[in-house]
Every structure is written in C-alpha cells, then in structure tokens.
Write a protein that binds this ligand. Structure first.
Ligand code: SF4
Length: 209
C-alpha cells in the first residue's frame, strides 16, 4: 500500500472516530478566533476557552483591543502565559486590522502573516476553520509527532514537515489532516506513550507495516 492510500484510510478512520474537523477553541467571529489562536501559543485550548469566555464579555473587537492599554489586556490574559508578548501583539494586531483591513480579519496567508503575532501556523488555523481551505498544513507538536510515527516524514523541523506534506497530501485534506491528527495525538498517540493497542489506524502506521 502506498502512502497516499495509507493517508486516505487514516483520514477516513479518524473522521469516523472524531467527527468533523474543527478547532477546539470557542469563538463567534473570525476576530475572536484569531485572538484565541494567538493566546493558544504554549497554552492549552481549555485554558484559552476559559479566558476568552470572560474576556469576550468585556472586549471582543479590534476597536476594543486597540483602545485598551497593553497593561489592561495583560490582566485579562495573564493565565495563558507569555502574556506580555501576547498582549502587545493583540493590541498591535487589532490596530493593523483597523488601519490596513478596514476592521476585518483578512483571509489570505500574505495579509494574515503581516499582522502582529501571526505566523504561518496561526494563519493556517484561522483560515482553515473559517474557510476550510487553508493555504498550508498546520504543524504543531502533535502533527509533528504523529507524522513521524506514522512514517509520513522523518524530521522534527515543522517548516520542512509542512513543505514535505504539501508536496503530496491532496489539498482537500490540508484542513482535516492536522485537525484529526491533533485529536488522535491527544487521545491515543500521546507524547509520553503511544497506545498502539487502542489505535484505530495501527494497520496503516509505520509501526505495523
Ligand atoms: S499505531 Fe501507535 S504510533 Fe502509530 S499512530 Fe497509532 S498510536 Fe501512534
């Protein structure tokens, strides 16, 4: 079986297992999602959801954040870690969105990565969940680990992993692939221990072929 066939099987099985792909961050608008993804760096989705649930009752627009002092934003997001940098980026990103994009989050890679605090990964998560058509493949710690364990790549460099995957993974899977692998990485193929005996895709994993 070639890797393309393995991929097709893995996606089909994980879709059945975990349902439709979706980020685990709660949001009502693209801007709320963007801010949640910025906050999720080095922080769990659960913690981010707790923080944004309260914060978005107070402020949830580019205008709102742009008009706040950085220190006020810091207080709201402190428990997500790296809060000084994140607060500075959230304020600047909000100003950028107002000044350059008429208050709306742009939905293409070039414009998104020009916003403060937004890299390729953040841009792909936002575009993926809003449009379901990201311009790349999100490579986080789970995608990195599982892509190696399954045998699709042989490197820990996220940039090379994304580039390698984009060469052969069909575009229609660029959203599903990372989202499903992230769920599987959290549930079964964990960092500390891969629970291969409980794994629904084990016959398509490098470990067993
Ligand atoms: S078989 Fe094991 S290593 Fe492979 S994906 Fe499943 S849990 Fe991970």
């Amino acid at each position: 079986m070639n890797r393309r066939e393995r991929l097709e099987n893995i996606i089909a099985i994980l879709k059945k297992e975990y349902g439709e792909s979706k980020v685990m961050l709660n949001y009502n608008t693209p801007f709320e999602l963007l801010i949640a993804v910025i906050l999720s760096a080095q922080c769990t989705d659960k913690r981010v959801n707790m923080v944004t649930k309260e914060m978005y009752k107070i402020v949830n627009t580019p205008e709102g954040f742009a008009n706040m002092e950085v220190e006020e934003i810091e207080k709201l997001i402190k428990s997500t870690g790296f809060y000084r940098n994140k607060a500075k980026n959230i304020k600047q990103c909000s100003i950028d969105i107002i000044e350059k994009y008429d208050g709306k989050v742009p939905m293409n890679m070039d414009d998104l990565i020009n916003l403060a605090g937004v890299g390729r990964k953040t841009a792909n998560v936002v575009m993926g969940d809003i449009t379901k058509e990201p311009e790349g493949i999100v490579v986080d710690t789970h995608v990195k680990r599982l892509s190696n364990r399954i045998g699709f790549v042989k490197t820990n460099n996220p940039i090379i992993i994304e580039r390698e995957l984009m060469k052969w993974v069909p575009k229609k899977y660029w959203f599903d692939y990372p989202n499903l692998l992230i769920r599987h990485g959290r549930a079964i193929c964990k960092a500390r221990k891969a629970e291969c005996n409980k794994c629904g895709i084990n016959e398509y994993c490098k470990k067993n072929i």
